[in-house]
Ligand binder design. Structure first.
Ligand code: SF4
Length: 413
């Protein structure tokens, strides 16, 4: 589900090489805010563009066993987060809304018992607009979910079909209507640059979404990811100029509608940005539990990355053996600036220098050459104590990030 694109960034980072960090090399004075990510890996059907860790639910989902495994997984991680408060929880997938309200209630009750949640913690659930899930929205609210993220993608039946989605435009409208009865904080995921989509059709989707006055919109361009059905048999997509026009038109329309464009693909009404994702983008910490979940935890002298077992069956079996982690490594201190920038430069307003130093335990001067290069190329702008991407930098984020790679393309031995 595209609202998890933040998780994709994390995946790229977490597949990096194991670190060579010497203990004691870094010293973190205080840990950053902590979020909890819970991965639910099943979907009714695999969408042809999807490269997330999602699996078709061919048989009955082992819901009770999986909830028990998640609780055991969280218990096992407690020593790493002892004494720290959790500021947000995000149920992503897959399709978390396939689970019952009762299961989520059981899990959230266990989470509240095991970790201290901030009183105003944001608790998001990703949901799909299939009618079965929509009927559960009241139960989700009662369980403690206070933000719903709906994977609408489009209202256009032909485009939904081309995307392989199981819902149609009416399901999407009905799901939003039911959601607004139970939630006052709703994100709608939209995609543009869809097979044979015109600019006018992309804007029709945006207008249809705006009619429901959501607090947040995520607008993603469809991209062809490796190891997907679309990569194997690519559909006819609009040309890059047309996609760029769509992006410009969407940004302009949402600005008029009062939305702040605060991250590459994220638009929010005042005060309604996704706090969980902003924690990723400000290089905060997150514990990830569930099949294939990734985590980043700042310890006193290192940044630790963890990956859980990816396949749901394997995850359940390994948890039963009390073997929770598939891979774990300390991030090489030389890689921390790139990892920080890969997140923080997605934020249109940029970041304070003090944030870089707090999150990496490195002085900004350690990347002065890289900053100068990015500035000389017109990709960032520096003010006293603050760094932000320029419009050019935002539109060429990969080029900007290359400035901070320890092994730049073409320089790799
Ligand atoms: S609903 Fe489709 S896009 Fe979303 S996680 Fe499942 S397969 Fe992927």
């Amino acid at each position: 589900m595209p609202d998890s694109k933040a998780a994709r960034i994390i995946t790229i980072v977490a597949h990096g090489k194991p670190g060579r960090l010497a203990p004691g090399q870094l010293e973190f004075r205080s840990p950053p805010p902590l979020s909890l990510y819970v991965h639910i890996p099943w979907c009714i059907r695999k969408c042809p563009y999807c490269d997330f860790n999602s699996h078709e639910a061919r048989r009955q989902i082992p819901e009770a066993d999986y909830i028990a495994a998640l609780i055991a997984d969280l218990e096992s991680a407690l020593p790493l987060i002892w004494g720290r408060k959790v500021s947000s929880i995000f149920f992503g997938g897959g399709t978390p809304s396939l689970f019952s309200g009762q299961s989520l209630d059981t899990l959230l009750t266990a989470i509240r018992t095991l970790v201290p949640l901030l009183p105003d913690a944001e608790v998001t659930l990703e949901a799909n607009p299939g009618t079965v899930e929509s009927e559960k929205f009241a139960a989700f609210r009662d369980a403690g979910i206070n933000r719903l993220s709906l994977g609408i993608q489009s209202f256009n039946p032909a485009h939904l079909k081309a995307l392989g989605r199981i819902h149609n435009g009416n399901d999407a409208r009905r799901a939003i209507e039911i959601a607004t009865r139970h939630f006052d904080n709703i994100n709608l995921d939209l995609m543009y640059g869809l097979p044979e989509q015109t600019l006018a059709q992309a804007m029709d989707d945006v207008d249809a979404a705006l009619a429901y006055a959501p607090t947040h919109l995520s607008c993603y361009q469809l991209t062809l990811e490796a190891n997907t059905a679309f990569a194997a048999a690519p559909p006819a997509l609009p040309d890059p100029d047309c996609c760029a026009d769509m992006q410009d038109a969407i940004e302009a329309r949402l600005a008029i509608a009062g939305f702040t464009h605060y991250e590459t693909s994220a638009f929010a009404q005042t005060g309604r940005h996704c706090r969980h994702n902003v924690n990723y983008w400000t290089f905060g910490d997150y514990l990830g539990i569930g099949a294939g979940a990734h985590g980043k935890l700042t310890l006193h002298n290192q940044v630790l990355r963890q990956m859980r077992w990816k396949q749901p069956k394997q995850y359940l079996a390994k948890v039963a053996e009390a073997t929770f982690i598939d891979n774990e490594f300390a991030v090489d201190s030389a890689d921390l600036p790139f990892e920080f920038m890969m997140n923080a430069l997605r934020l249109n307003q940029g970041f304070d220098v003090s944030l870089f130093e707090a999150r990496t335990a490195l002085p900004l001067v350690s990347i002065e050459n890289e900053l100068r290069q990015a500035e000389a190329c017109g990709l960032i702008v520096r003010r006293p104590g603050h760094i932000a991407p320029t419009e050019l930098g935002r539109h060429h984020l990969n080029r900007l990030l290359e400035c901070f790679l320890t092994e730049k393309p073409g320089n790799t031995p």
